[in-house]
Design a protein around this ligand. Structure first.
Ligand code: CU
Length: 640
C-alpha cells in the first residue's frame, strides 16, 4: 500500500529537526530528515531513473511514467553555485529527457530533444552537469512526448549561498497536478477528433450572428475555459487527491513557507487558503517584494512561494481549484497530523465576459469574416530558408537519430565569456512583426488587444477578497539590466480550434521555417498578442522575462518570470536580455497546445563583434538541419 503513514512520520521528524530556523542549513539535512511528504535527494550527485511504474492515486491503481518510482519525482535539493551532476537513466522503451525548468544552464544541458540534445534513448544514461547562479523554488519535467502528463515531474529547491531574505520556521513543497487514468495519447487524439467532427456550418446557420452560435462555432460556451476538465482529471497535490488528504503540520505562530509549483499538464489553478492570508515572497524562483493576498491564479509551470502565519490551532484548507471550476484538490495545514480541513464547496462556474473570451473588440476581432474555405496560403508568407523536407516531420519518420550538424560537446560557453555587452556597438536588427491574417491556422485575429496585467486571473474579478495581479509584483533585488530594449519582436498566439491547431504566428512548430533570432548581449522587447480565446502560459527557456508593467516601463525592480500567462485578447510585453548563446525552446506550457504546434525556438547568436575564428566554429545549431523527428510533437497533416 502507498504508505502515507511513513511520509507523515518523516515529515514530523523534519518538523522537529527544523523547528527553529537556522539551526541546520537546509542543504545539509539528510534525505530522510528533509522529507516534506515527498521523497528528497540532497547533495551534488544525483541518480535518477526514468521508468514506468504502478502507483496509487485517489485509491486507484495508476500506471505512471516518472522518476525513481514516485509522483511527484523526488525533490532535488542543492546549493546555489554548486557543481551538480545528474545521471539520468532511461529504462523506458521510448526516448525520454529532463528539462530543468527555470534553471539557467548551458543550452546543451537544457534537455529539449531535437533542440538542445538528441534525447535519452532506451537503456541509455545521460549525464547532466552544471552550476547555476540562482536560488529558489524550481522544478523539472520530461520534454519528450506527453510523459509529463503521466507523472514525469518533480520539484527543485536551490538553497541560497548567502542568507535567505525570506525567513521561515517550516516549509512544504506543494506540486499541483492533473492526473488522468486515460492514456494521454488518447486524450490528444480525442481533442483532434472532436475538433474535426464539429459541424461549423450548422452552428452558424442556426444562429448566424448570435453569440451562442459563435461560441458553438468556437467549440466553447460562456463557461468554457479548459480543453480538458475535471471529468478527465483527478487534481492532485504531491500525487494526493482530496480524498488522500495531503496534510502538513505547523505550530501556531510559526511562519510556514509553501513552495507551490503548478506541474499540471493542462490546468491553470486558482489557489487560496480560506481564513489565512498568503504573503507572496517569490515568483518563479526569484524573490519579490512581499505582497499579501487571498487568492491567485497559477498558469501551468508557474511557481509561487508564499508565507502563511496561522496563529489559531485549527486545520486550514489549501485549495487548488481548476480555472473552469470543474474540479479542485484540497490539502490540509493543521496543528496535528491526520487532521482534515473542511473542504470548501466547489465555487460556481464564473460567467465569463466577452473580454475573458478574447472578444472585447469592436470588430469582434475579425470573427465576422471567419471563412473556413479561406484560401490564404500561410506557407507563402514566411521567409522560407529552412528545408523541412529533411526534418522527418511525418509522424514516426525518424532520421538517423543524430542532430545533424550540431556538435553538442564542442561549445565551451564559460570560456567564451558570454554575457551582456552594454559597451559593444548597438545591434541593429529590424523590428520583427509577423503579419497575421485569418487563414487555416488562424481563425481569430484580435483587432484591439489590450494589456491585462492589472487584472487577476480569468474568472477572479468578482471574488469577495484580494487577488494577485502581475502588476503588483516587484523584484526584490534591483534588475541587473536596465537598458531600454533595442528592438521589439512581436509574436502572435494563434489557433484554429476546430482543428485543434495551436501555433505562433499561424505556423505550427513542425512547419516553422526559421527560428527567432536574438543577438548575444542584446536587450529585446518581446511582445505577445493572444489572438485566441484561452489563456496561454508562455515559457522561454534560458532567460527570464522582465515583465513590462504599464506605468512602470522603465522601473528598476521589474518582476522577472520564466513563465507568463497571456490572457485571451491580451497584448503584453516582456524585456529579455539575451545573455546565453544557444537554442532555447519557446512554447505554451499547456502540453497539448505545445504538442499541437504552439512552439518555436529562440536562437541567441554569438555577437560577431566578440567572435574569434575558434568561436565561429561553435556557433549554435544551424536550423536548416534541425531534426524535428526527435521532438515528439504532433506532425499530423491537417485534414482538409
Ligand atoms: Cu496554449
Amino acid at each position: 500500500m502507498y504508505n502515507r503513514r511513513r511520509f507523515l512520520t518523516s515529515s514530523l521528524g523534519a518538523g522537529a529537526a527544523l523547528g527553529v530556523s537556522g539551526l541546520v542549513p537546509a542543504w545539509a539535512v539528510s534525505a530522510s530528515e528533509g522529507n516534506m511528504g515527498i521523497p528528497a535527494l540532497t547533495g551534488t550527485n544525483f541518480d535518477l531513473e526514468v521508468s514506468k511504474f504502478k502507483t496509487r492515486i485517489n485509491g486507484r491503481v495508476a500506471s505512471a511514467v516518472g522518476v525513481n518510482g514516485s509522483i511527484p519525482a523526488p525533490l532535488i535539493r542543492f546549493r546555489e553555485g554548486d557543481d551538480i551532476t545528474l545521471n539520468v537513466k532511461n529504462t523506458l522503451d521510448v526516448d525520454t529527457s529532463i528539462h530543468w525548468h527555470g534553471l539557467l544552464v548551458p543550452f546543451q544541458m537544457d534537455g529539449v530533444p531535437g533542440v538542445t540534445f538528441p534525447g535519452i534513448k532506451p537503456g541509455e544514461t545521460f549525464t547532466y552537469k552544471y552550476a547555476v547562479p540562482q536560488n529558489g523554488t524550481y522544478w523539472y519535467h520530461s520534454h519528450s512526448g506527453l510523459q509529463e502528463q503521466s507523472g514525469h515531474y518533480g520539484p527543485i529547491i536551490i538553497d541560497p549561498k548567502d542568507a535567505d531574505p525570506v525567513s521561515y520556521d517550516r516549509e512544504y513543497v506543494l506540486m499541483l497536478g492533473d492526473w488522468t487514468f486515460t492514456d494521454p495519447h488518447r486524450i490528444f487524439a480525442k481533442l483532434k477528433k472532436n475538433a474535426e467532427s464539429l459541424n461549423f456550418n450548422q452552428a452558424t446557420v442556426s444562429n448566424p450572428k448570435g453569440l451562442l452560435g459563435m461560441w458553438g462555432a468556437m467549440r466553447m460556451s460562456p463557461n468554457d475555459l479548459a480543453d480538458v476538465t475535471g471529468e478527465t482529471y483527478t487534481y492532485v497535490i504531491n500525487g494526493h487527491s482530496t480524498a488522500d488528504n495531503f496534510d502538513m503540520v505547523f505550530n501556531p505562530g510559526e511562519r510556514v513557507r509553501l513552495r507551490i509549483i503548478n506541474a499540471a499538464a493542462m490546468t491553470l489553478f486558482n489557489v487560496r487558503m480560506p481564513g489565512l492570508p498568503m504573503t507572496v515572497v517569490q515568483a518563479d524562483g526569484l524573490n519579490v517584494r512581499p505582497v499579501e493576498t487571498d487568492e491567485f491564479q497559477m498558469g501551468v509551470a508557474e511557481v509561487y512561494d508564499v508565507i502563511v502565519e496561522p496563529t489559531e490551532a485549527k486545520p486550514f484548507a489549501f485549495v487548488a481549484e481548476s480555472i473552469d471550476r470543474s474540479g479542485q484538490v484540497v490539502a490540509t495545514l493543521a496543528p496535528k497530523p491526520g487532521m482534515r480541513a473542511k473542504a470548501s464547496a466547489l465555487r460556481a462556474v464564473p460567467t465569463l465576459t466577452m473580454k475573458d473570451m478574447g472578444m472585447d473588440h469592436s470588430s469582434m476581432g475579425g470573427m465576422d469574416g471567419m471563412d473556413h474555405d479561406a484560401t490564404t496560403d500561410m506557407n507563402a508568407k514566411p521567409s522560407a530558408q529552412m528545408d523541412h523536407s529533411k526534418m522527418g516531420h511525418d509522424m514516426g519518420a525518424m532520421s538517423d537519430g543524430k542532430m545533424g550538424g550540431m556538435d553538442h560537446a564542442a561549445p565551451d560557453h564559460a570560456a567564451m565569456g558570454h554575457g551582456p555587452n552594454p559597451n559593444g556597438p548597438p545591434v541593429q536588427l529590424a523590428k520583427m512583426e509577423a503579419d497575421i491574417e485569418v487563414g487555416p491556422g488562424v481563425v481569430n485575429v484580435a483587432a484591439m488587444p489590450t494589456n491585462r496585467l492589472d487584472e487577476p486571473g480569468i474568472g477572479l474579478s468578482d471574488v469577495p477578497h484580494r487577488t494577485l495581479t502581475y502588476s503588483q509584483l516587484r523584484s526584490l533585488e534591483p534588475n541587473q539590466d536596465t537598458r531600454k530594449p533595442g528592438r521589439e519582436v512581436v509574436v502572435h498566439l494563434t489557433s484554429n480550434m476546430e482543428r485543434y491547431m495551436w501555433s505562433f504566428d499561424g505556423v505550427k512548430f513542425s512547419e516553422v521555417k526559421e527560428s527567432i533570432k536574438f543577438m548575444e548581449g542584446e536587450r529585446v522587447r518581446l511582445t505577445m498578442v493572444n489572438n485566441t480565446m484561452m489563456p496561454h502560459p508562455i515559457h522561454l527557456h534560458g532567460m527570464f522575462f522582465d515583465v513590462v508593467i504599464p506605468g512602470y516601463e522603465n522601473g528598476t525592480h521589474m518582476p522577472r518570470k520564466h513563465t507568463i500567462v497571456v490572457k485571451p485578447g491580451e497584448k503584453l510585453s516582456v524585456d529579455v536580455t539575451a545573455e546565453h548563446v544557444g537554442d532555447w525552446a519557446f512554447h505554451c506550457h499547456l502540453i497539448y497546445h505545445m504538442h499541437a504546434g504552439m512552439m518555436q525556438v529562440v536562437s541567441v547568436l554569438p555577437n560577431p563583434q566578440k567572435m574569434t575564428p575558434m568561436m565561429m566554429k561553435s556557433m549554435p545549431a544551424d536550423h536548416s538541419k534541425m531534426d524535428h523527428s526527435k521532438m515528439g510533437h504532433d506532425n499530423m497533416k491537417e485534414a482538409k
